[in-house]
Design a binder for this molecule. Structure first.
Ligand code: HEM
Length: 423
């Protein structure tokens, strides 16, 4: 009958984590390629021995492409202000050069909800579908692709939780680094680590039999005054320890630091950031193969994406001006994304790119000047009903959706996204 052993002292936990006879609970069984069970059976996280060493090397090779500073920059420039888990994964996906970072983030979030095996049957099924969708979207194949998905899944929930815990900290801190350091110890995102014994072993004088379960209480270990934590300032246990020390630690800290910057981008900067991102994608569209790209129940082409971004900016700017002037807004006669016109299907030439650049940059500047002329109170007001102007600016910043539907055509074939704007 397996016994459960619990440890809550820093030094004992370090011994257990370094013990080669204690391994993470392995994935129960594998499943068909592209299923959640297959993913679990192929990632470093749930494996040990040679499998672990090889898979960990694959993860580290990927992380070498993911400079922490770049991850922070991608996070800060992301115009969307949505779920923190999505923001974290989009930043990582952008740094890995994946097309459709938003689609990848949605799928990774779904996988993360079931990855550790505690989800219900419905969440497991959703995760199966998400893994199958992710496989052709992350580059590489087989074990390599599985570990790339594993890396994104590992980063998703834990980093978002760290950001959330740091934002909710009640004590004042002199700077972001101290705030994060303190959060990692007092309210860590990973609170407990688990191991099972593959052979009999002994941890801090306790006999552990083969098959026994070992629970390592990270929160208690950090909280103990006798743990030597303050004295030696060892690493926070929430990132684990060698040979499985979290390989994404630097990226997690860079993302969290970016997330906690005191001043979020102003509304005008969010619109400008959106246009920058759209134009960086558009710069790859002269390679478009002429086939409309499906996204949800719509299709997109380069010209159509530019048309939608420009019309979306124009539409809501007209709304904003009308409401400020106390006049009714124009009735909605847009065909928006529901139609794909012959002009939308035309090739996207370098001249078209130039024109798009001139058009969208000017529209972003008009938005920026208009928003900059409003007081904070006006920005949070909603004359004539509807969204506040601040909300309107963020909504318009979501126009990246149209461009991401077409995607980055320099790297991989066209991708689809699974969620977006209604129009
Ligand atoms: C605050 C955020 C994070 C925390 C607290 C965290 C914590 C951990 C811990 C405790 C482990 C080891 C689990 C064990 O020994 O049982 C781990 C493994 C791992 N983490 Fe993180 N992590 C974070 C963010 C990230 C990020 C951003 C990435 C990727 C960019 C990442 C990638 C991984 C991978 C691939 C593994 C498996 C490594 C292996 O099995 O050798 N993590 N993480």
């Amino acid at each position: 009958m397996p016994t459960t052993h619990s440890f809550d002292r820093y030094a004992d936990i370090m011994l257990a984590l370094g013990d080669p006879h204690l391994v993470p609970l392995p994935a129960a069984e594998t499943g068909p390629p592209g299923s959640l069970a297959w993913l679990r059976a192929n990632v470093a996280r749930f494996s040990s021995g040679e499998d672990h060493a090889r898979r960990r090397a694959a993860v580290e090779a990927d992380l070498a492409l993911l400079a922490p500073g770049e991850a922070a920059r991608a996070y800060a420039l992301d115009p969307r202000r949505d779920d923190e888990r999505l923001r974290v994964v989009r930043a990582l996906a952008r740094c890995l050069g994946l097309a459709d970072p938003h689609g990848v983030a949605l799928a990774v979030r779904t996988v993360a909800a079931a990855y550790f095996g505690t989800a219900d049957a419905e969440a497991e099924r959703a995760a199966d579908a998400a893994v199958a969708w992710l496989l052709p979207h992350v580059g590489g194949e087989g074990e390599r692709a599985a570990n790339r998905i594993g890396l994104l899944v590992q980063g998703c929930e834990a980093t978002a939780t760290l950001i959330d815990h740091a934002r909710r900290a009640t004590t004042a801190h002199p700077d972001t680094a101290t705030l994060l350091e303190d959060t990692l110890r007092r309210n860590p995102p990973v609170r407990q680590l688990r191991r099972t014994a593959v052979r009999p072993t002994r941890v801090a004088g306790v006999e552990v039999g083969a098959g026994d379960l070992v629970l390592l209480d990270v929160v208690a270990a950090h909280g103990r005054p006798d743990a030597g934590v303050e004295e030696h300032r060892p690493d926070p246990l929430t990132f684990g320890a060698a040979p499985r020390l979290c390989p994404g630690r630097a990226q997690a800290m860079a993302l969290a630091t970016a997330a906690l910057q005191p001043a979020p981008p102003e509304s005008g900067a969010a619109v400008a950031g959106m246009v920058d991102h759209v134009l960086s994608l558009a710069a790859t569209w002269t390679a478009w193969d002429g086939k409309p790209v499906p996204a949800g129940d719509r299709v997109y082409t380069p010209h159509k994406a530019i048309r939608r971004v420009a019309d979306h900016l124009t539409d809501h700017l007209a709304e904003l001006e009308a409401r400020l002037a106390g006049e009714p807004t124009e009735p909605d006669h847009w065909h928006a994304s529901a139609t794909t016109t012959p002009a939308d299907l035309a090739p996207f030439t370098p001249d078209d790119l130039d024109e798009a650049r001139s058009r969208l940059t000017r529209l972003a500047r008009i938005w920026s000047h208009r928003l900059g002329a409003l007081t904070p109170a006006q920005l949070d007001d909603s004359p004539g009903g509807g969204w506040t102007f601040r909300h309107l600016a963020l909504h318009v910043s979501d126009s990246v959706y149209y461009a991401e539907a077409v995607g980055d055509l320099s790297a991989t074939p066209n991708m689809t996204t699974t969620e977006g704007l209604p129009a």
